[in-house]
Design a protein around this ligand. Structure first.
Ligand SMILES: Nc1ncnc2c1ncn2[C@@H]1O[C@H](COP(=O)(O)OP(=O)(O)O)[C@@H](O)[C@H]1O
Ligand SMILES: [Mg+2]
Length: 521
């Protein structure tokens, strides 16, 4: 392991004194995949240690083993130099290890204080309300974890819920805190606050493991970083000694181009116009409240916002999957409000859906069949009632090659493909008809760096070809590098629109949190 010595820790190799945790040669095999392959990971007392890796690298598995959720097949865990066995989260908590999962495990109908005591040893539920509330307030003071102990979970933002999870771990005495991709649900301001909290925790002597796949976050918050790739540790380094390109290369095993080339936008025909659009959510509540915008050919309009603010409903209304209760949608000048999805698709609208597996493919069907889905009723695939199998095969082979879909063959069931390959399959199908309008919902969500970069290039290529693109994304970096304009959605309304060149992350973040943009002249 490339452990580098730093000035701050001249004795780091010699002494075990400042080592909080050592996981040695941890191996964990799941059916068909070695999730952790002889992983060795060391955490020092009072450091923030980033665990960096692409999706599927094995980060969560390693931490689930530390937290007692999984048992390693082999390997050892040492805490402060002493060998331990951790068979359950209860064991982990006893060893003063806390974990904040990617998906929070709070009970929405209970208060903050109730959630904090829930499952606490020796604390009868609801009994010591005052004491718990006081403790929450004190911890809040000490670590900057501001939250009202009497508030109900359902009233809280994602950032506040995360603070409750951290408090919960601290109340249980956690010295070692694991945070699994903690920023994925936060606005930029909430991320900044979280980083301040982590700095406080470090000052108070806690050791923090911070899982992420974002290089900026590693650089900003960590003292050291361990990079994982395909179940193995690539290196452990002092953050001060590395830079983003080096880390990216270690993470993906090759060079990554960060700067995407963007050609100047030539405004043309309006491909999509949305006028005063209203719609209800699945629960019958207003999800869209008077949305208006337009997208020209050759242009990417980005929609920024924390998930759950109407993005899903907006996409569904435009693509015909949900009824608009008011307002109009025009595609290439024709009104398509509340038309059926097939008719809208036939107008030249491609949809790259948010729920890839549910809406993007039919998992049981083959790659080839999935590639002609929705187009099987058209030539050249169909003559009368018969599918032209040769045409289908030819098209499939071509698409697999052009979009670099890694599959054993066109007859392989689509469900066996990895996330990135499923997404490339969907893009190959949706973009093959040279659509006038592309609706791309979170197109790179959950994909690794390599696949992400490819998909962004494909979108830019579509834009260059003259497609209008509506890009819905939570990833501000993605929107800043791809979009010509960015509109921010909050609780079903557009808070404002900015140009990526002129806007700051802070400005967009404020709008994501519900602040309307002041009109500037
Ligand atoms: N419970 C499980 N059952 C089967 N495979 C799993 C399970 N958990 C994780 N894996 C697999 O192990 C590998 C590593 O996954 P994970 O640890 O979640 O990666 P990361 O957190 O770095 O994205 C992936 O290939 C994943 O599909
Ligand atoms: Mg994970």
């Amino acid at each position: 392991m490339a452990e580098k010595r730093t000035d701050a820790h001249p004795d780091s190799l010699a002494s075990h004194q400042n080592v909080a945790l050592l996981m040695r040669d941890i191996t964990k095999v799941f059916p068909g995949v070695v999730a952790n392959d002889k992983v060795t990971f060391e955490l020092k007392v009072g450091e923030v240690h980033a665990l960096l890796g692409e999706n599927g690298a094995g980060k969560t598995t390693l931490m689930n083993i530390l937290y007692g959720l999984y048992q390693a097949d082999s390997g050892e865990i040492y805490l402060y130099g002493k060998r331990v066995r951790i068979r359950s989260p209860r064991d982990a908590i006893r060893h003063r290890i806390g974990m904040v999962h990617q998906h929070f495990k709070l009970v929405p109908r209970h208060t903050v204080a109730e959630n904090v005591v829930l499952g606490l040893d020796g604390a009868p539920f609801l009994a010591p309300a005052r004491a718990v509330e006081d403790e929450i307030l004190q911890l809040g003071e000490r670590y900057g974890l501001k939250v009202d102990p009497k508030a109900y979970i359902w009233q809280l933002s994602a950032g506040e819920q995360q603070r409750v999870e951290i408090i919960k771990a601290l109340v249980r005495g956690a010295d070692i805190l694991i945070l699994d991709e903690p920023t994925s649900v936060l606005t930029p301001q909430e991320v900044e606050e979280l980083f301040k909290i982590l700095a406080r925790m470090r000052e108070e002597g806690h050791s923090v493991i911070f899982i992420t796949h974002k290089l900026d976050e590693v650089m900003e918050v960590s003292d050291r970083v361990t990079v994982m790739r395909r179940g193995k540790v690539v290196a452990t380094l002092s953050t001060a000694d590395v830079n983003k390109p080096t880390l990216a290369k270690m993470m993906v095993g090759r060079e990554v181009v960060f700067r995407l080339k963007k050609v100047a936008c030539e405004r043309g025909q309006e491909a999509l116009v949305v006028e005063d659009l209203w719609a209800l959510s699945d629960r019958g509540l207003p999800a869209l409240k008077g949305i208006s915008f337009s997208v020209c050919r050759g242009e990417i309009l980005g929609i920024a916002g924390v998930a759950g603010n109407g993005q899903k409903e907006l996409v569904e209304v435009i693509t015909g999957l949900r009824r608009a209760t008011r307002g109009k949608v025009f595609v290439l000048g024709d009104e398509v409000t509340n038309e059926n999805p097939r008719r809208i698709a036939d107008k030249g609208v491609a949809h790259i859906p948010e729920e890839r597996l549910k809406r993007g493919i039919v998992p049981e069907m083959s790659v080839a069949e999935n590639l002609i889905l929705k187009r099987h009723h058209r030539s050249p695939f169909c003559h009368g009632f018969f599918l032209n199998l040769r045409a289908v095969k030819r098209f499939a082979h071509h698409a697999i090659e052009e979009y670099a879909i890694m599959t054993p063959g066109p007859d392989t069931p689509a469900k066996l493909l990895s996330g990135g390959n499923i997404q490339r399959l969907i893009l190959a199908r949706e973009l093959s008809g040279e659509p006038a309008l592309v609706i791309a919902a979170h197109p790179t969500y959950g994909l690794d760096v390599g696949a992400t970069e490819q998909i962004r290039q494909i979108l830019l290529e579509q834009r260059r070809r003259g497609a209008a693109i509506l890009l819905i994304s939570e990833d501000l970096e993605e929107l800043m590098s791809l979009a010509d304009r960015i509109a921010v959605i909050f609780e079903g309304e557009i808070m404002g629109e900015v140009s990526p060149e002129a806007a700051t992350l802070e400005e967009i973040g404020l709008m994501m949190a519900g602040e309307k943009r002041r009109v500037r002249r």
